[in-house]
Design a protein around this ligand. Structure first.
Ligand SMILES: Cc1cc2nc3c(=O)[nH]c(=O)nc-3n(C[C@H](O)[C@H](O)[C@H](O)COP(=O)(O)OP(=O)(O)OC[C@H]3O[C@@H](n4cnc5c(N)ncnc54)[C@H](O)[C@@H]3O)c2cc1C
Length: 307
């Protein structure tokens, strides 16, 4: 990025742009080198203008949600990192009656998915309890088809607003959305702006009881006292989870630099302090090798590795 690029960004985004911004400040892992520029955008107009400029100048662009499923390499990110704020942080219930008898709720991509879960809980709407405790944004949760306890974003999503790489906003209905296990197929360069969710009416007390149980279960199974990016590997096909394989291979507690295979949940790598991305990558390499040698199973990363 040259001087005139920086000048353009500063003139258009002022304090919303940060140069050489360490990604360790924006990932739940607390790991990651600097991005050339990180821009917080607040409106559709700002984001459209930025995309057009980035396309014209050939600048690479990455979307950052809450950084809760990201491992940014130590060298950082060349190009632009874009974060959605303000205008992408609202939740509203659609006034029209839902054909399902429930309610349709729209949320901006920058809303935290657990906040959306809390909103649903407070309004007696079922379908989002699984998201309580997931630290990502609505945009990130849709992109990853986040899920837990047998439910996922695909189950409740009725449509999505996207900004395509040509700077055009399009709405895509459920039938055209290609969700898969922890993934969503999107045209390259697409940015999720908003999602619409179809929720069911439910008894508030029963919903709350279910929510409490889910939160209790999460606390008992996952390490929350140390930074992480959640599950590091995808569950392989079959009955045995990635966590069980790593545990059976005796890898809990294994360390590389500041990174450790959690002693509480084997599919979490935690940052014990000052871990580098290279520590995490080395640990992931050793886990993959050991699990393959012992069980013949190739583990694939769930965490998105960038930089
Ligand atoms: C303690 C902990 C527990 C977790 N538990 C779970 C769990 O139970 N279930 C689960 O599925 N995950 C879980 N995760 C992982 C993570 O929270 C989810 O994958 C989450 O959906 C990621 O959202 P994010 O906003 O943080 O996305 P990021 O990590 O910021 O980004 C992830 C990917 O999505 C893309 N992206 C983000 N926003 C947009 C957008 N608006 N448009 C287009 N692309 C976008 C990014 O470019 C990147 O490729 C956990 C993580 C932690 C740290």
């Amino acid at each position: 990025m040259n001087k005139s690029d920086k000048k353009w960004l500063t003139a258009h985004f002022g304090s919303q742009v940060l140069f050489d911004e360490p990604m360790s400040r924006h990932t739940t892992f607390g790991i990651g080198g600097p991005a050339d520029a990180m821009i917080t955008v607040k409106t559709d107009r700002e984001i459209t203008g930025l995309i057009t400029w980035a396309n014209d100048g050939g600048h690479a662009l990455m979307i950052l949600g809450a950084g809760s499923n990201l491992l940014v390499r130590d060298g950082g990110i060349r190009g632009l990192v874009l974060k959605l704020a303000n205008g992408f942080e609202s939740i509203e219930q659609c006034p029209q009656a839902s054909p399902s008898g429930g309610a349709d709720v729209k949320a901006g991509a920058g809303v935290l998915v657990w906040q959306l879960g809390r909103y649903a809980l407070e309004h007696g709407l079922a379908g989002l309890n699984f998201a309580l405790g997931i630290p990502g944004t609505v945009g990130g949760a849709l992109r990853m088809n986040a899920g837990a306890w047998g439910a996922c974003m695909a189950d409740i999503t009725s449509s999505m607003s996207l900004l395509n790489r040509n700077g055009v906003i399009v709405t895509i209905g459920k039938e055209q959305l290609l969700f898969s296990y922890r993934g969503l197929e999107l045209e390259e360069g697409s940015i999720i702006l908003r999602g619409e969710f179809q929720l069911r009416r439910a008894d508030r007390k029963a919903l709350r009881r279910d929510a409490l149980q889910i939160q209790k279960k999460r606390k008992s199974l996952q390490p929350f006292s140390l930074p992480s990016a959640g599950s590091i590997f995808r569950n392989p096909p079959g009955e045995v989870s990635a966590g069980e394989l790593i545990d059976k291979a005796g890898l809990k507690g294994l360390c590389k630099g500041g990174a450790e295979v959690s002693t509480k949940h084997a599919n979490f790598i935690v940052n014990k302090g000052h871990a580098k991305a290279s520590d995490v990558l080395a640990l992931m390499g050793q886990i993959r090798e050991t699990v393959f040698d012992q069980f013949g199973v190739r583990l694939e990363p769930e965490v998105i590795i960038v930089g």
